[in-house]
Design a protein. Structure first.
Ligand SMILES: Cc1cc2nc3c(=O)[nH]c(=O)nc-3n(C[C@H](O)[C@H](O)[C@H](O)COP(=O)(O)OP(=O)(O)OC[C@H]3O[C@@H](n4cnc5c(N)ncnc54)[C@H](O)[C@@H]3O)c2cc1C
Ligand code: HEM
Ligand code: SF4
Ligand code: F3S
Ligand code: FES
Lengths: 139, 234, 128, 597
């Protein structure tokens, strides 16, 4: 008997976005965990309130935790945390906008509108990414 | 005991809008809900319209919403519901034709779209194609489907967008994709990887809870998705 | 002549699905909540920093309010835990036979964590 | 009114109809009309298996299958037809397998087989494993597989179209009149050949394994067209239906070792069929249960006995019988094994009885199950017009509605699924062949008038007779007097009752006078079919003064080959009178002898 054929995982948009959603979800969990632990190690328990802790967890940027009473935040602004932030921004924005697309497409059934929607979301996504990256890199 | 039935009614020839009607019937705790419907139709109101055939859960005619959940009327006993107030409504997400009867065409269209038939273009042997009991067991669960539509019409994803092929179609594709004798897995997986295929499933489980054949539908969908993602059947 | 197939929201919500159906609804709400919050937040941050727009400050005051914060924390915690559940089930379909247990486990994680968070937040906000 | 034209029109989409359509469509434009979505046909309810002497488990031969079927039929089956079917069996089972049917498998990967009542090793007389099965869902798998093939080959389906009448022109079939249930519109299907595969009519009786929709439409329509029905007195009662509900518990349960137990805890089949015991043929077992009940040995004096398939009971009696596995080891079952082989049965018991068959016995009683009689046909599935074998050109019948006759006075389990695929295939092949050489008969202008007038009469009927009441009275009287045991007096009573009900039928109370999905109207129309069939059954049974197979008369307890080794043909004349004539049984190899199990 011939071996049964299965398509090799292809460049199918729906499949890739589905996969990306899972991977980015898992990645964000991991990044958040690292950020959270990182913040604690750095003394967040004594110097930050919960909101600030969370801000650090999800966006480990010294500017972002300005209103904490950490004495000296300058050393935190290193490349390591910047990469963490970039990844988080990228995953979060992409995962989120794709999620938004999925949700809206379930309500919009005409092709034309779906296309328009994708364009609008794409633009918003790029702007958000741009703004996010800008914030990370300039602070 | 006396049971109160609240039934969704809609007659396209006379009604602009659907309404509910209430009937009281005498029932045994072991009566099927289908028996009560027959009783109402036979004794009180001959216009009440619903589908039924086998009366024991093997033909898939009488899927409907019973107390808010998709069930086969012939497979729910009064005592299983734990109340003497029973609300009966048609399936969601398919057009209602009359009372509890819905138009099944969109459902079967999706079913047909996944090539739900055996594909093997090799010349068959003299006798049977061999298959081990383990290979046979691999897809046993999904061979049980009776196309009652309880699953697809319980799926919020399908409610939102009727273009989603729905769990029943995926179940029937699964039945062949995992059959060791079949060679059509590639075609089917391509169809199911499409925008309205398996990735529309959000693991909501309503389908699995509704299936009167107790098919592990969400699991089957997961296995199909995994086959698409990994390019392997195991 | 037939009734349309569209499912009204009321009917959809009255459907007696199981725990996973509610989890999905919350997942959707929380996902949307977060993306709107974060996109807004990033844009507002950018706005304050670069443009100094009033709208950005106005937006900031809304989401810094306690109620909004409480909502967003719920979104984050629930979405993360539920997302993890979905990823696990999608990766290992064989585990689906424990789906009920997964739902229990999920709430067993979400509720205490959220309760603690909310408690701390309310304490802090009362304390000033 | 819409008119369609097809070379071949198949009515019914159960196993027989679908098989016929698959074959007809290879050579002719074919349409299938069915009042149910095809997958809801009652073929899907069949559980136990399809008989074929594959010999996958142990020695077996089509010849043995032939002999068992002849014997099972109480020598009323036509032996040429039986031989044809049993020799076709292995080939057609392989054909189904090649279509993808998921049979259960042996460890070697072959199609698995189990024992069934009446199927024996002709040398030893012991049960032989001949029923090819897919768990206890064999019919479901056959129906699904054939429907899937129908989709694959692009068959044209008219789903939820109910045939109301057959169009006959110059003594030939010219099409059918059907109602589109969803709209209430009448359609005419103009055809060169018509295949009827509309299934049985178990709904004549109160306790039945049959679906609500099995109302014998095809047979009743043929009867009204002035054509005869054959052997209507032979109606099979399956011994094990769930008490009161009639839901079938497959013979496969006894095949796996289940035994029948009376109130005293006796395995009473020992007394009635000392060799094969619980696996004797159905008429024998049904009568045994009836006698036990009548003699007060029903459970707690009620009208049922126990079917016991608890592993401990199975193993105890298997040891007493000396039953062994194919490898010679003693036959021992476990609860898990039963769960795997009989999942649906166990589910039925849990759902409807709230009991678990592996820990509790199942209350059962005989249930009306299968029509051995029906529209007379020959081996090519051509419908016959009289006792001389005159063929009705262009008209074919197959499946339970037809009578070839391979089942004679009593059908063996697993032979019906075989019958529907074998003769469904024949019908398809021959109808297509006929259609290729024939022209369309011109349609008469009034083709749909009779059907329409029948419906209008019901729709406009003014009275206070409830459909459900008439149906209930018919079922009760048929169950009591034209059931497992029959007497002259009882059947006379039944006949009078049915005639009274037919008169009352003219004064129906109808609530729904609409067009769209008017199931009340159709239920009433189906009831008129059931009443006609009940009457023909009773008249045929009254005339036959002997006991043979399923027809068991207390006033004539012996089989009488001298006078009654012949088929009954019954006509319904214009004035409503029923006329009976007879035709000989085809006997080739096996001379009738006494039937003991
Ligand atoms: C519970 C049960 C278990 C059984 N188990 C076994 C078994 O194990 N082995 C075995 O060999 N046999 C078994 N049998 C018997 C066997 O299943 C049936 O005899 C056989 O399936 C009949 O098939 P069919 O194609 O003739 O009719 P069906 O499958 O009954 O189909 C009838 C078709 O005709 C259509 N129809 C009817 N009237 C009309 C109309 N007026 N207009 C249009 N369409 C119409 C219906 O829609 C349906 O599609 C069992 C039967 C029952 C009830
Ligand atoms: C913390 C880690 C996160 C995990 C583990 C996670 C996981 C997931 C998963 C698995 C899905 C797919 C659900 C489905 O297919 O039904 C999903 C959807 C979604 N996520 Fe996340 N996510 C996370 C963070 C986020 C963040 C930060 C946002 C917002 C920016 C977000 C927004 C969304 C949206 C909008 C959806 C679509 C919802 C839907 O389709 O119903 N997620 N998430
Ligand atoms: S999978 Fe279950 S619920 Fe869905 S159609 Fe099949 S039997 Fe019905
Ligand atoms: S309900 Fe729907 S979303 Fe998936 S798990 Fe079932 S198909
Ligand atoms: S009537 Fe057949 S499934 Fe309920």
């Amino acid at each position: 008997m011939k071996p049964r054929k299965v398509p090799t995982p292809g460049w199918n948009f729906e499949y890739l976005m589905w996969l990306f959603t899972r991977i980015s979800g898992a990645a964000m969990l991991l990044l958040a965990l690292i950020g959270f632990v990182g913040a604690l190690i750095m003394g967040a328990r004594y110097h930050m309130d919960l909101g600030t802790l969370m801000r650090w967890t999800f966006f480990p940027n010294p500017n972002h935790v300005l209103n904490s009473d950490i004495p000296d935040i300058a050393p935190w602004a290193n490349a390591y945390w910047q990469i963490m932030q970039l990844l988080l921004v990228f995953f979060g924005a992409t995962h989120g906008f794709n999620g938004l697309r999925l949700v809206l497409e379930e309500y919009i059934h005409s092709w034309g509108w779906q296309l328009a929607l994708r364009l609008v979301l794409m633009i918003l996504w790029l702007i958000t990414l741009g703004a996010g990256f800008f914030l990370v890199l300039t602070s | 005991m006396q049971v109160t039935l609240k039934i969704f009614r809609y007659n396209p020839e006379t009604d602009k809008k659907p309404h509910y009607e209430t009937y009281k019937v005498e029932a045994e705790p072991t009566d099927r809900v289908l028996d009560l419907l027959e009783k109402v139709k036979g004794e009180q109101d001959g216009t009440l319209t619903f589908r039924r055939s086998c009366a024991h859960g093997v033909c898939g005619s009488d899927a409907m919403r019973i107390n808010g959940m998709n069930r086969l009327a012939c497979k729910v006993l009064v005592k299983d519901l734990g109340t003497d107030h029973i609300t009966i409504e048609p399936l969601l997400g398919l057009p209602t034709v009359k009372d509890l009867v819905v138009d099944m065409e969109p459902f079967f269209e999706h079913y047909r779209s996944v090539k739900p038939f055996f594909i093997n273009n090799d010349p068959p042997p003299q006798k049977e194609r061999l298959q081990s009991p383990e290979e046979r067991a691999r897809f046993d669960d999904t061979t049980k489907c009776i196309l009652c539509a309880a699953c697809t019409t319980s799926c919020p994803s399908f409610w939102l967008d009727g273009q989603y092929v729905g769990p029943a179609a995926i179940v029937n594709a699964h039945r062949f994709i995992f059959d060791s004798r079949d060679q059509g897995a590639e075609e089917r997986l391509k169809i199911l990887a499409d925008q309205f295929g398996v990735f529309r499933c959000h693991t909501i489980f309503n389908c699995t809870l509704a299936c009167p054949r107790e098919i592990q539908i969400t699991k089957a969908i997961g296995e199909v998705r995994k086959a698409i993602a990994t390019g392997r059947l195991d | 002549m037939t009734l349309p197939r569209r499912v009204p929201l009321g009917a959809a919500l009255r459907y007696r699905g199981g725990g996973p159906m509610w989890a999905w609804i919350l997942h959707r709400i929380s996902g949307l909540g977060m993306i709107l919050f974060i996109a807004g937040h990033v844009l507002a941050g950018f706005g304050i920093q670069q443009l100094g727009g009033d709208w950005a400050i106005w937006y900031n005051t809304i989401y810094e309010s306690l109620y909004f914060q409480l909502f967003i924390y719920f979104c984050v915690i629930f979405h993360a835990v539920n997302g993890a559940r979905i990823i696990i089930l999608d990766t290992w379909p064989a585990l689906i036979k424990f789906q009920r247990e997964f739902i229990w486990l999920e709430w067993a994680i979400v509720l205490p964590v959220y309760a603690l968070t909310a408690w701390i937040m309310i304490q802090r906000s009362l304390g000033g | 009114m819409k008119t369609h034209q097809y070379d071949v029109v198949v009515v019914g989409a159960g196993g027989a109809g679908l098989m016929a359509a698959l074959y007809a469509s290879r050579r002719a434009r074919t349409a299938v009309i069915s009042k149910l979505y095809p997958t809801r046909s009652h073929t899907g309810a069949a559980q136990g298996g399809i008989g074929a002497a594959l010999g996958n488990m142990e020695e077996d031969h089509p010849e043995w299958h032939t002999y068992d079927t002849v014997k099972g039929s109480d020598y009323l089956g036509d032996q040429d037809a039986i031989e044809f079917m049993c020799y076709q069996a292995p080939e057609i089972v392989y054909e189904l397998e090649h279509m993808g049917l998921p049979f259960s498998r042996t460890p070697e990967g072959l199609i698995a087989q189990r024992p069934f009542g009446g199927h024996t090793n002709n040398v030893t007389g012991k049960p032989v494993r001949r029923a090819c099965y897919a768990a206890d869902r064999t019919g479901h798998m056959i129906l699904q597989t054939l429907y899937q093939q129908g989709i694959k080959h692009g068959l044209t389906f008219f789903d939820e179209f109910q045939m109301l009448d057959l169009i006959m022109v110059n003594g030939r079939a010219a099409g059918v009149v059907a109602l589109e249930i969803a709209t209430g519109e009448i359609h005419i299907f103009h055809a060169k050949a018509v295949i009827l595969a509309t299934g049985g009519w178990g709904r004549v009786w109160e306790i039945t394994s049959n679906a609500f929709t099995l109302s014998g439409d095809g047979a009743a329509i043929v009867l009204r067209k002035g054509l005869p029905l054959q052997d209507m007195e032979f109606y099979q009662f399956h011994p094990t239906g769930i008490y009161k509900l009639g839901i079938l518990i497959t013979e496969g349960v006894r095949g796996e070792g289940g035994v029948l137990i009376n109130d005293k805890g006796e395995r009473f089949m020992d007394r009635y069929a000392p060799t094969v015991k619980d696996l004797a043929s159905r008429d024998v077992v049904s009568r045994a249960i009836y006698i036990e009940i009548r003699e007060g040995r029903g459970i707690n004096g009620q009208r049922y006995v126990y079917l016991d398939v608890r592993p401990e009971t199975v193993n105890k009696y298997a040891a007493l019988d000396g039953r062994t596995r194919p490898d010679g080891s003693p036959y021992v079952v476990t609860a898990e094994e039963l769960l795997a082989k009989l999942p649906d049965i166990i589910d039925f018991c849990r759902t409807y009885l709230g009991i678990d068959p592996v820990t509790e016995p199942i209350p059962v009683q005989p249930t009306a199950h299968y029509a051995m009689g029906g529209i007379p046909t020959n081996i090519k599935a051509e419908v016959l017009a009289d006792e001389k074998g005159t063929v009705v050109p262009g008209l074919y019948a197959a499946g339970e509605t037809a009578c070839v006759s391979v089942h004679g006075a009593n059908r063996l389990g697993t032979n019906s699924l075989l019958d529907i695929v074998v003769f469904g295939k024949q019908a398809g092949i021959h109808a297509a062949e006929y259609a290729q050489g024939a022209d369309f008969e011109p349609l008469p202008a009034d083709a749909a008038d009779f059907a329409r007038s029948q419906l209008e009469a019901i729709r406009n009927s003014k009275g206070n007779e409830r459909i459900a009441d008439i149906a209930a009275e018919m079922k009760r009287v048929m169950m009591d007097h034209v059931g497992v045991f029959r007497t002259e007096e009882g059947m006379q009573q039944a006949l009078e009752k049915i005639r009274e009900l037919k008169a009352r039928f003219k004064h129906l109370h109808i609530d729904d006078r609409g067009k769209i999905f008017n199931t009340e109207l159709l239920t009433a129309w189906e009831l008129s079919n059931l009443l006609d069939l009940a009457e023909v059954t009773t008249v045929s049974a009254l005339a036959r003064k002997e006991s043979r197979g399923a027809h068991s008369r207390e006033d004539y307890p012996k089989r009488d080959d001298q006078n009654w080794l012949k088929h009954t043909l019954a006509w319904m004349r214009e004035n409503g009178q029923i006329e009976l004539r007879y035709k000989p049984v085809v006997i080739t190899k096996y001379q009738p002898k006494e039937r003991v199990y």
